[in-house]
Design a binder for this molecule. Structure first.
Ligand code: UDX
Length: 439
């Protein structure tokens, strides 16, 4: 089928490339000329493992352009995958989605379906369909179908090619059938429902996962006080298939482009309908606090950061991405800087983006060793594999005082006990394994 995709961010580009991998001819549209030039060479403008390779492999089935009219006019199916950033009041900014919808109305010259992949508030698909139908300049049949995206950054290709489910929200059955045809080579369960239910499935799924994380983080905080170990607790819970063992990793809170935004958006929507989603509100509040957990812990060791050499390992909101959106590093580092810390930081891919925000205030290192050299304290914000496999004895060898405050539970406590360090993590007992002369 001839497919056009609006937007070449995580959702749009990954969707386009995976559709090409499944035999479709796909034109990806973006307003950014530089990005288009890059993608034409098979280079992804975003860091996503496996994406470059898949783009290059399918380059004969992929086209990249800023000329939306040409892309939309003869397409059988047009996917909208542009951003819906959070507005000041927590609601979703739909400006980009509406902008693309208008362009579609003014471009299409044959019957087609428009598929909304962007996460949009419940009821938006209806509004987009009305907008397109009102602004059409040619006499064509068009239907809007909701098809929410469940990909996670870092595993986006796998999550799309081997999706847990494909949700299709259609008001007219013919439109749902066309989208089923698009996905016929994908080996995933397909759920066809109405548009509002499809929109709700996306929000409810993300908010449930966010809630699961905030729940385990609260239990972790209590474990620290009562002397329990959160990892064993999560393991014990996870054996129960009704609970499941995923998304029970305690840490310094969730970040990224979805959970923070989607929890706030659904909460906002409920308020708009005179309801309060108390569980979602709790997930949001717990997460805000959790992001500051390491700074609170550090108060046990020193009252101020003034004059301290601080080593930061990990800047991105999670491993496998260069994305900093809602990353705990962005909340913690400004506080430390304001308090007089000298900061050295390491991240395998996030430095370029972090440097845009803090070009001079932080010293960026290319190795974990350089970052730790002469540090008074080390904070771990992201569980990169390089950090998890870092030899623990080096903390003692390199740091002025080997105090490691780990927000992602990168190390098991038995290994830490042999490492000659002070190690404080989330939901587990603190380990002080220092030689007496170092204490
Ligand atoms: C998420 C959803 O997983 C995906 O289905 C949706 O389409 C978009 O939002 P993403 O934001 O890319 O994907 O990352 P994810 O792996 O879900 O992690 C989100 C945040 O939760 C990260 O900050 C991560 O560190 C945190 N997290 C995740 C935990 O703190 N504990 C966990 O057990 C899992």
């Amino acid at each position: 089928m001839k497919i056009a995709v609006a937007g070449t961010g995580y959702v749009g580009l990954v969707t386009g490339v995976c559709l090409a991998e499944n035999g479709h001819f796909v034109t990806c549209v973006d307003i950014d000329n530089k990005k288009i030039a890059l993608m034409k060479q098979g280079v992804s403008p975003i860091y996503e493992p496996g994406l470059d390779e898949l783009m290059k492999k399918n380059i004969d089935k992929l086209n990249f352009t800023t000329n939306y009219k040409d892309a939309y006019k003869q397409a059988d199916v047009i996917f909208i995958g542009v951003g819906t950033p959070e507005k000041q009041d927590g609601s979703a900014n739909l400006g980009y989605v509406y902008g693309v919808a208008e362009q579609i109305a003014q471009s299409i010259e044959k019957d087609c379906i428009v598929v909304i992949k962007s996460t949009v508030p419940i009821g938006t698909n209806d509004k987009i369909e009305s907008l397109i139908k009102n602004k059409l300049i040619n006499n064509v049949r068009v239907a809007v179908v909701s098809n929410p995206e469940f990909l996670a950054q870092g595993t986006a290709i796998r999550d799309t090619l081997h999706a847990s489910r494909i949700v299709i929200g259609a008001e007219e059955s013919y439109a749902g059938e066309i989208l089923k045809e698009v996905y016929k080579n994908f080996n995933a369960p397909i759920l066809v429902t109405n548009r509002k239910s499809a929109e709700m499935i996306k929000y409810a799924s993300n908010d449930f996962l966010a809630l699961k994380i905030s729940f385990i983080n609260e239990i972790a905080n209590l474990c620290e006080d009562i002397g329990a170990n959160i990892e064993d607790v999560a393991l014990g819970m996870g054996y129960d298939r009704r609970i499941g063992n995923r998304f029970l990793n305690a840490g310094i809170g969730y970040g990224g482009s979805c959970f923070p935004k989607d929890t706030k958006a659904l909460h906002w929507l409920a308020n708009f309908h005179d309801q309060e989603l108390k569980t979602v509100k709790a997930a949001i509040d717990v997460n805000e606090n959790q992001k500051l957990k390491l700074i609170k812990k550090s108060r046990k060791y020193f009252s101020s950061f003034n004059g301290l050499n601080v080593a930061i390992l990990g800047l991105t909101f999670k491993p496998g991405t260069d994305d900093l959106r809602e990353a705990p590093s962005l909340v913690n580092i400004p506080i430390m800087l304001e308090d007089g810390a000298s900061i050295k930081a390491w991240d395998p891919v996030g430095v370029k983006n972090f440097k845009r925000i803090y070009p001079n205030e932080v010293m960026y290192c290319t190795s974990i060793e350089d970052t730790l050299k002469d540090a008074d304290v080390c904070f771990i914000f992201t569980e990169w594999e390089e950090i998890k496999h870092f030899e623990l004895s080096k903390y003692c060898d390199l740091m002025k005082k080997p105090l490691v405050i780990d927000g992602r539970n990168c190390y098991d406590l038995n290994s830490v006990k042999k490492a000659n360090i002070i190690y404080d993590s989330i939901g587990r007992q603190r380990v002080v394994s220092l030689e007496p002369e170092l204490v």
